[in-house]
Structure formats: C-alpha cells, structure tokens
Design a protein around this ligand. Structure first.
Ligand SMILES: [Zn+2]
Ligand SMILES: [Zn+2]
Length: 728
C-alpha cells in the first residue's frame, strides 16, 4: 500500500445551534458538521457516512457552499456538511437518547490519488429526544428512570384504616431547587435522591396535590425560622418513605403555628419522620383541617402547646391516627397532641409514648372531641394527667386501646401535685369509657384516673387495673374541690371493673370526696391498700355514693346470677338486714343465733312482745332482745340461755322458721341421707316441712347438711321463700 495516506481526520464537530430536538418515528434530524483534513483531490462522493446504530440511517448528505471548481477537496481546508439522520421505521427504541448519532463513521477512497480514507469512528453526541408516541412506544430516559421509582403512595407496605389496596405512583426526582411541575390534574409526584435544604417553605397551594416520597432523605429548613411545609386550603400532601429510613425527616422548622407542617387542606402521612421542629402551637404539626397518620413518626418536636401536634380543626374535619408513632415530644401542655376547642381527634392505633408535658403527657383535650379506639398511650409523663388531660367540657370516648404506664410527676413519692397517672378529668370534661384499659399508671393521687371540677367519668366497660398511688386512690380519685366545691363525678356501670389497683394510703380502688355512682354490674374489688379498712373504697364525709335502684343490688359481692340475688334485694328492702358495708353483703358469712332470730323476727314484721322470759345471756340493751322474747313466745328456744353468739346451723334455722309458721304438721319423709328421723328427731319434721314447702332443697340431692353453719345468703333465701308463700 503505497502511500497509504491516512486521511487527516480532524473533524471539528461543531454542532452549533443544535439544541435538543424532538423527533418522532421516521422523522429526520439534520445537523451540520465542519470537517477538514481531506486529502486534496478527493471528492464528496468518496466520503461515505455510516452509523453503527442500525436503527438509524443517514438519509441525506449535502455539502455546504461551493466545492472547489474541480469538484475536489483541497488540502487543509475546512468544509461543512449537513447530514440528515432518519429513524428507521418500525424500530423499537427504548430510549430516544440511544438514537443519538453516536458512531458516525465516514470512509472513502480518493480514487485520483489512490488514497484510502481510513474508516474512523467518531462520536457525535446528539442529545436529541424523541417524544413519546401516542402508542407509548417511546418514553424518555428521564421517564424510564422515574419509572424505576414507582410504588404506592403509601410507600408500598401499609395496609391500614381506609388504605386497604395499593395504587402505584411514578415519582420524579426532585432536588429541592427546581419548581415542582404539577400536571393538568394538579398532581405532582416527587421523590428525593439526596437531602434537600430549603430556604423557603415548601408550599402546596389550593387545588394542588403533592405526592412526596422522602426515599430515605431529609427535607430540612436551613435555619429554624420558617415552617418546612405548608398546605393551603384545598391542597393535599401525601408523604411516604419507601425505604423506611431513620433519615427520612422533615426537620428544623420554626414557626409560631406548625413548625414542621402547617395544614389547612389534607395531609396523609404514611411514612417519614417529622422531627426537631419548634413552635408555639404545634411543634411538629399544626392541623386546621384533615390530617391522617397511617404511619411514620412525629418525634422529638417542641412547642408551648402541642409539642407533636396542635389540632385545631372543626366539625367537618378530623385528625385520625391509624398507625405510627407520636413520641418524645415536649410541651407545656399536651406534649403529644393538643386537641383544641371543638377539634376532632380519632385515635385508632399507633403509639403515643414518652411525651412529656407539665399537663397532659400524651394528650391535652381542651374542649374537643376525642375518640380513643385503639393503640397505646404508653409511658408518657406530666405533673398532672400523665397520659391524658381532659378539660373544658371536652369529650373523650375510650372504646379500646391501652392507657398504660404513664406517670403523673417525676417524683411520685414526694410530689403531692402528681395527680391522675393515666387521666386527669377536669373542668366539666366528660369521659365515656366503654372499653379499653387504664393500667399500670402511677401518681401521687389517682393512680389511674383523677376526676375533679364538675367533670364526669362514665365507665360502662373496660378495666382500670393495677394502677398505683402513693397517697390516695390507687385506681381512681374522685375529688370535690374544696374551694369551689364542685365535685368530680365517677359512674361505674355495665361490666366495668376497677380491680387490682394499689395505694400506699387509703383507697386502693377508689378514694372519694366527690360523687361515686354505681349502676349495673360494675365493681370496685380486689384492690389493695395499706389502710386495711379502705381497701376498695375510701370515702371522705363529703363523698356521695349513689346506688341506682335499677341495678340488681348495691352489693358487689352479690352476683346477678346468684340464687340469693332476689332474697338479698327483698331482705334489704324489708329492712331485715343491711349489707355488711355500703357495697358488700357478705353472703358467705355465717350467722349466729342472735342474727338469725333477729332476721326472722323482722321478717315477721318486728312484732312488739312484752317481756316473757329472763334469758341468762340476753340483756335489754341487746339489739336482739325483742327478737329473743318473740322467739320464746313461738317456742323456738327451750333453754334458759340463748347462746346468741353461737353460730347457728341450717337445721336450727329451718326449725326456727317452722316454729314461726306455727309448727305445721308434715308427714312427707325426707330423702336426705344425712338427715334421718332417728338422728335428728327434734328437727326432722321442721326440715321435712321446709322441703315440702320449697323453702329449702338441701345442699345437694341427697344431703341437707344440717350441722353446717347457716350463711347470710342462705337465711335470707329461706326467709324470702317462706314469706313469698305467706308462711311467716
Ligand atoms: Zn399502599
Ligand atoms: Zn419511594
């Protein structure tokens, strides 16, 4: 190869004025190239352009200007050529960028000079772009990349509340600087690839809907002088974090109202962490409309009111928490959430924990409507109302969930003001508890609940258990304010229970200075206190303890299904006997002779009897004196002594009733194996009569247990049956 003259390839590729061009299939793009370094004598026909991408073809080549007169190139001269590239029809391009003319080759032979123009490779980066065709055959590389970030607007992993099925969204990268582009529906979907630091608040205007995936990255306000995000009336924000990272944060906001997010529209939070924001009202969130928490965390924010959230919406709006956490926020009142006047708050799940305030550790409800229907209020702390402070005619409904391990005051042993470990109910606040648990809370007084100032706590379900107080009222403390004299009120009804609470002072279950109502089958029982006589309930003179007549009995130890329920009610109504306390009847306590005879005498109408006998062991001052005289007239007692304090057995009790009835004849033999005529001759006919009359059925089918002490439950039952039949 003689003189194989290498073609001087000094292609100065000046792609001037070639901005991004838009192509569709079959469209042609032209571009100009300045070329020089040809061997003199070569002609334009000698130059062949080829493309390595066979989806493209060179469709036209035109040399600009006038070639040399002889039609050949001159040495070292620069020429300009316009090359048109055509997209072959029917190609299936993935990215239009791939259709760039990457490998433009030209080659040729200068026949005149026998010079071969060496094939060469040149990369001509043509950043031209093909618009997506209507069939969607072409998509841009940006779209392809965005399509890689595609998941449900919840982040792809949440199924809770009203979010039960997923719906994919394609997110586009956002660097925090460019203006967010909303589509014709007013929607934009963005995700972060790196941390975004804002100098001005990210605003979602009315009619706009922003889907934001934090993608494990933080949005931070540069200086803590503005809120991070604002949602206008009619705007909507959905936040998620598909990576579930601890670094997916909305942080460093500072504003009087809502330092992290200020919402006047709709916010649905599925993930991410609103943290270290600082405000006056609502450190993390100020909600004025609809805010739903499906997940994520409102954590370590600070405000005067509502460290985590200040909720100030109105009747048609709601703050709903399905899941997620509100934790370690601080405030003067309502460290987790401050729910303001008329605001609606529904807690259905999630955890509010380790929030700390002066009043209302997890929640301060100031005249709003709160429904607690699941989730946990756990380990929060405040001076009063460790878990919840309900105030200002606020309505709190507790349907399910746990209010647990909260503490009122940091020093329950020494701080006398630590009241209401679980809940403080104040200032005409109303609490309806139909389910759920208030457990393991602690306070100086009112370990579980403190009620005062005209507040009303109605407990018809659920349990208040294992709370602890250091001064009074392990389970509940019902206060009557000494100054204003407006008592708090606590009503226990249904199947509710205040059990297993503990107090180092009086009132393991309840300490009452105000009003305590019992309705239904509710009970305060099985509590512990150091003052033994006040284990379940300790009441001060100002206390009013009401027992509704519609309830089965006032006695907690008389079960609604017990055989002596009606007899007990009858006996108390007839003043035959009282309870052994305001709330107990002690049906299993045994009776002595004096008691049995007194009951019987009262059942007979307390007849006045002139003195007929001088008992050796009965004084005129004894409460049973008249009953003892009457017993003698009825021939119940044969001895000179009554032995009033001796326990009275079943056989004697029935015998006394038989005597009172006038010792009627009875020939029906007994079937009891433990009660035979030979063994109990004196009592046999009395017992037989009692069985015949249905006064007693024995203690089993075959036994009467004649020698067993007669219990209070049994004697009132015997008397009741005898009285029903007009026998006494
Ligand atoms: Zn989803
Ligand atoms: Zn994502």
């Amino acid at each position: 190869m003689k003189k194989l003259l290498s073609v001087l390839l000094c292609l100065c590729l000046l792609l001037t004025a070639l901005n991004t061009m838009v192509f569709a299939e079959d469209e042609i793009s032209s571009f100009g190239i300045s070329m020089s370094g040809f061997k003199g004598g070569a002609t334009e026909a000698d130059v062949k352009f080829t493309l390595s991408d066979d989806r493209l073809e060179v469709s036209q080549v035109s040399w600009a200007g006038t070639m040399e007169e002889d039609g050949t190139f001159k040495n070292q001269k620069t020429y300009t050529v316009f090359v048109s590239v055509k997209i072959k029809s029917g190609i299936n391009a993935k990215y239009p960028e791939d259709l760039s003319v990457n490998d433009l080759q030209y080659s040729g032979i200068n026949k005149a000079n026998k010079a071969i123009m060496q094939p060469t490779l040149k990369v001509v980066k043509l950043a031209f772009e093909v618009k997506a065709s209507e069939t969607g055959e072409y998509i841009s590389k940006a779209e392809e990349e965005a399509a890689k970030h595609k998941h449900c607007y919840c982040g792809g992993y949440i199924e809770i509340g009203d979010h039960t099925s997923h719906s994919d969204v394609t997110y586009r990268k956002w660097d925090g600087k460019e203006k967010i582009q909303y589509n014709s529906n007013g929607e934009a979907h963005i995700y972060l690839e790196t941390e975004v630091v804002l100098d001005s608040t990210l605003n979602i205007g009315g009619g706009k809907k922003l889907y934001l995936c934090l993608n494990g990255n933080t949005i931070a306000m540069r200086y803590q002088d503005k809120r991070v995000i604002n949602v206008d009336v009619g705007g909507e924000l959905r936040i998620c974090d598909c990576t579930r990272s601890e670094l997916a944060r909305i942080t460093n906001g500072g504003a009087e109202y809502g330092a992290g997010i200020h919402n006047n529209g709709t916010v649905k939070m599925y993930g991410g962490i609103i943290t270290k924001n600082k405000g006056g009202y609502g450190g993390g969130v100020y909600n004025n409309a609809d805010f739903t928490l499906y997940g994520g965390d409102i954590y370590d924010n600070e405000a005067l009111y509502g460290g985590g959230v200040w909720n100030d919406n109105d009747t048609k709006y709601n703050f709903i928490m399905y899941e997620g956490m509100i934790h370690m926020n601080v405030a003067s009142s309502g460290a987790g959430i401050y729910n303001n006047d008329h605001a609606n708050l529904t807690l259905k799940g999630g955890t509010m924990t380790k929030n700390a305030a002066r009043y209302g550790g997890a929640l301060w409800n100031n005249g709003g409507n709160v429904v607690f229907d699941g989730g946990q209020i756990l380990e929060n702390n405040a001076e009063c109302g460790g878990g919840i402070w309900n105030n200002g005619e606020g309505l709190l409904e507790i349907k399910s969930g746990n209010i647990s391990k909260n503490t009122a005051t940091t020093d329950p042993y020494n701080d006398p003001d630590g009241r209401g470990g679980g809940i403080w109910n104040n200032d005409n606040g109303i609490i309806n508890m139909t389910g759920g648990e208030i457990t393991f809370n602690k306070a100086a007084a009112g370990g579980g609940v403190w009620c005062t100032n005209g507040s009303d706590f109605r407990m018809s379900g659920g349990v208040i258990a294992e709370n602890e107080a250091y001064q009074a009222g392990g389970g509940i403390y019902v206060q009557r304010s000494d100054e204003a004299s407006v008592p708090g009120k606590f009503t226990i009804s249904g199947k509710a229970g205040i059990v297993l609470n503990y107090c180092y002072g009086p009132g393991g279950g309840a300490y009452v200075k105000g009003i305590l109502n019992f309705e239904g089958e509710g009970e305060i029982t099985g509590n512990l206190a150091t003052s033994e006589e006040y284990i379940d309930i300790a009441a001060e003179p100002s206390a009013v303890i009401n027992r509704n007549t519609s309830m089965p009995t006032q006695f907690m130890d008389v079960a609604p299904d017990s055989y002596f329920l009606e007899p007990v009610k009858w006996a108390v109504e007839k003043k035959i006997t009282n309870g052994t306390s305001d709330v107990t009847f002690s049906p299993d306590d045994t009776c002595n002779t004096a008691q049995i005879l007194t009951f019987l005498w009262r059942a007979a109408g307390s007849p006045t009897v002139t003195k007929v006998f001088n008992y050796a062991d009965v004084k005129e001052s004894d409460y049973f004196y008249m009953a003892a005289q009457w017993a003698k007239t009825k021939e119940m007692v044969e001895h000179y002594a009554l032995y009033p304090n001796y326990s009275c057995n079943r056989m004697m009790s029935v015998y006394y009733i038989w005597c009172a009835a006038g010792k009627p004849e009875c020939k029906t033999p007994l079937k009891f194996t433990d009660t035979t005529n030979t063994k109990y001759e004196k009592y046999y006919e009395a017992i037989a009569w009692a069985v015949e009359q249905g006064i007693t059925n024995g203690t089993s089918d075959t036994e009467f247990s004649p020698g067993k002490s007669c219990t209070r439950g049994q004697i009132v039952t015997f008397l009741h049956r005898a009285a029903q039949k007009g026998l006494i």
